[in-house]
Design a protein around this ligand. Structure first.
Ligand SMILES: C[S@@+](CC[C@H](N)C(=O)[O-])C[C@H]1O[C@@H](n2cnc3c(N)ncnc32)[C@H](O)[C@@H]1O
Length: 234
């Protein structure tokens, strides 16, 4: 797997320009807010800054084998950025939701599987087919998945845990030396959705501009809590 090397804050990381600069990330975040207000487009159940982070990781890794736990519009949207021969396997425990997303997942190489909802069944299904070069944990027993994820990901892969703003996940027994949290003001809200924990067996922060993404998330530190008091979560 070829890996693209990165530079500093605000600089497009990949030589081919596949990764996004800080101004573009901010523009993209503003665009998401407008689109979501006017109800346009089926996007992953994530903030735009989170989708942008995932797209940057995918551009860096150019993975051939991906696993997503907890399917959704992310299952339809994210693999579009990947080579057509990259497999994207999504596991889902909600049968109606699995049927709905599977019906829309027309990309060759994307599969959406229904699995039993006990932690043992989810872990067993996840480990079948491992290791993966990209693992997105956005459902299931996140803590247990985090704790066994060294067996799920390849030496040069990465694990991303969504909703790391919630207390608990970052305190898991993380089986990797390399980890970064990319969080925002929602870590202080009762539900604490959103945010990412990024983990791997290699020093990815030398190649992936974590600070650039942290800067985008931090931009909301003042406005976010104020707006959330008015019932608007951004
Ligand atoms: C956070 S969502 C996963 C979303 C997906 N990874 C995405 O970003 O689009 C976690 C779980 O919520 C459940 N779910 C049920 N109804 C849903 C809906 N309308 N949209 C998204 N997830 C739904 C599914 O079981 C899903 O795995």
């Amino acid at each position: 797997m070829s890996r693209k090397t990165g530079t500093g804050l605000g600089t497009p990381l990949a030589s081919g320009g596949a990764m996004t600069s800080l101004p573009r990330l901010l523009f993209s975040e503003a665009g998401r807010m407008i689109r979501s207000r006017i109800g346009l487009g089926a996007r992953p159940w994530m903030r735009n800054r989170e989708v942008d982070l995932l797209l940057d990781v995918l551009a860096l890794l150019a993975p051939r084998k991906c696993l997503e736990i907890g399917c959704g519009f992310s299952t339809l949207f994210l693999p579009r950025s990947l080579s057509p021969d990259t497999s994207w396997r999504a596991l889902e425990t909600d049968s109606a939701w699995q049927v709905r997303i599977r019906g829309k997942a027309t990309r060759q190489g994307t599969t959406v599987e229904l699995v039993g909802d006990s932690p043992a069944e989810i872990l067993e299904a996840a480990h079948r087919g491992a290791p993966y070069e990209f693992l997105l944990i956005d459902g299931g027993p996140r803590r247990q998945l985090i704790e066994s994820s060294d067996g799920l990901v390849s030496e040069d892969g990465l694990v991303l845990v969504h909703d790391a703003n919630r207390p608990g996940y970052r305190e898991s027994a993380i089986p990797f030396d390399h980890r970064e949290s990319i969080l925002d003001y929602r870590r202080n809200l009762p539900r604490g959705d959103g945010g990412f924990l990024v983990m791997g067996k290699w020093n990815f922060s030398a190649a992936f501009d974590v600070e650039k993404h942290q800067a985008v998330f931090r931009c909301l530190e003042r406005a976010g809590p104020l707006l959330s008091r008015l019932g608007v979560t951004i």
